[in-house]
Ligand binder design. Structure first.
Ligand code: SAH
Length: 441
């Protein structure tokens, strides 16, 4: 097989990233935008040792679940992967992905239940990051740092097109230079937004120390964008792919937003982690609370607690919540949030879970919540948790492969996998969230 070869392929599977997979000349071929059950014609664009990549140019037999993509940028953007299929099929792919990982990586003989789908697959994202360059303001093209100019993004908060419009007009009017990744010159790098029940934070990420004509931008945002409650500058003058720097300046209004989940209110600073889909986060946390089965007297460790959300969501039924989180701003938010929610039985520690958990004094936990980032938990932390002999572990994960790896280790440390539930926090993308319950054997 070589580049530019043409094949007709039957798609029999799907990769982790949502590409179709078929075979030609005994070789696996990954075909972006092809669906399971379809026959497609492709041009080979890349041949690697174990697989090849094919570019789809004709769907000869379409899947009954294929639909016309609603998003005009879908075939260029690196964000979503499933606008070409009906939502039910997407949810089934996600369920299968979780089951496959648990079987293949974890060695568990499980049947994973249906993914809990979202009512709203558009306008759900409360966090936006739009790169600014001389090509425009928008999104990165797939596998690249080339910016595609867009009017808005269909999964984003519905006021974001107006934010982008304001910044675009303002940059044009006052000739404000965009940042240039190559030379490191120019001023505006990103627009970063966070929306919550209390309003909307618009943060302008800059390479320059002072934003020229900042007052005019603030005025335009306040006039044109519904619900803006704060405008910030974030300084990031490093050559890096990380969007936010550490220094903020408030140009107007509040420097946080507040969101309500269940009965609790949460204050969120721009640097703190917060789930991007509020409605589905409630579904996720309710599932986590069901698994935790708190009845009143339990000590709960909330590890990787962020701004304290999961623990506080169930604090009224716990004796004590102990949270650990590595980002200082998030821990500050967690403490403020405990006050905001009238919770007196929570304590928070700033540091890594692997370092701090072994040093925790006081009562042993009855329930441990784990909610690590994509890379999963440190092995030593899982050993620390198992050593406490906690009755239940509730593991919330945004990456099925690392979840499976960690559950496999916990299975050797005296814990049994009881249940796992995928929840669709990220409709139309290939990401899926999961919550698992393990009990002590
Ligand atoms: N439970 C929270 C946050 C989950 S995201 C919620 O539901 O909103 C994962 C969190 O783990 C992030 O806040 C991240 O800052 C934090 N984190 C990453 N590595 C960590 C580590 N080694 N120890 C403790 N916290 C960590």
């Amino acid at each position: 097989m070589k580049k530019n070869d043409i094949f007709e392929i039957e798609i029999t599977g799907i990769t982790d990233e949502g590409d179709g997979v078929g075979r030609a000349e005994g070789m696996a071929v990954f075909v972006p935008y092809a669906l399971v059950g379809e026959t497609v014609r492709v041009t080979i664009v890349k041949v690697l040792k174990n697989y090849a990549v094919g570019k789809l140019f004709e769907v000869t037999t379409p899947s009954p679940s294929r639909i016309k993509a609603e998003c005009p940028y879908f075939y260029k953007c690196g964000g979503c992967r499933f606008w070409h299929t009906d939502y039910e099929t997407e949810l089934e792919y996600k369920r299968q992905k979780v089951e496959d990982c648990l079987r293949r990586i974890g060695g568990f003989d499980v049947t994973v239940p249906k993914t809990l789908g979202a009512k709203e697959t558009r306008g759900y994202r409360n966090k936006g990051q739009f790169p600014v360059s001389s090509d425009g303001i928008g999104i990165y093209a797939k596998h690249s740092h080339r910016v595609i100019d867009i009017d808005g993004c269909i999964i984003q908060d519905r006021t974001n097109p107006e934010v982008i419009g304001c910044v675009r007009d303002w940059m044009a009017e006052f000739d404000i230079p965009p940042y240039d990744e190559e030379t490191g010159k120019g001023c505006i790098r990103h627009i970063y937004t966070r929306s919550g029940d209390s309003g909307k934070l618009v943060c302008i990420v800059t390479n320059c120390e002072k934003i020229p004509h900042a007052e005019e931008l603030v005025k335009a945002l306040r006039e044109r964008v519904d619900g803006v409650s704060g405008v910030l500058q974030n300084l990031n003058n490093k050559k890096t792919n990380v969007v936010l720097g550490t220094r903020f300046r408030t140009l107007w209004g509040e420097d946080f937003v507040t969101d309500t989940l269940g009965e609790c209110k949460f204050r969120i600073s721009p640097l703190s982690f917060y789930q991007v889909n509020k409605a589905q986060t409630e579904v996720l946390y309710n599932q986590a609370a069901d698994f935790a089965q708190l009845s009143d007297g339990e000590v709960v460790w909330d590890l990787y607690c962020g701004i304290g959300t999961i623990g506080q969501f169930m604090a009224s039924r716990a004796k004590k919540i102990v949270g650990i989180e590595v980002v200082p701003q998030a821990i500050e938010n967690a403490k403020e949030n405990a006050k905001l929610n009238g919770i007196e039985n929570a304590e928070y520690h700033c540091g890594t879970a692997e370092e701090l958990a072994p040093k925790l004094k006081g009562e042993k936990p009855d329930v441990v919540i784990l909610d690590p980032p994509r890379k999963g938990c440190d092995e030593s932390l899982l050993k620390t948790v198992a050593k406490t002999e906690t009755k239940r572990i509730v593991y919330v994960s945004c990456k099925p492969s690392t979840l499976a790896r960690d559950l496999k280790l916990l299975a050797t440390l005296g814990y049994e996998l009881k249940s796992v539930q995928p929840v669709d926090l990220f409709p139309r993308t290939h990401h899926v969230e999961c919550v698992a319950l393990l009990t002590q054997i």
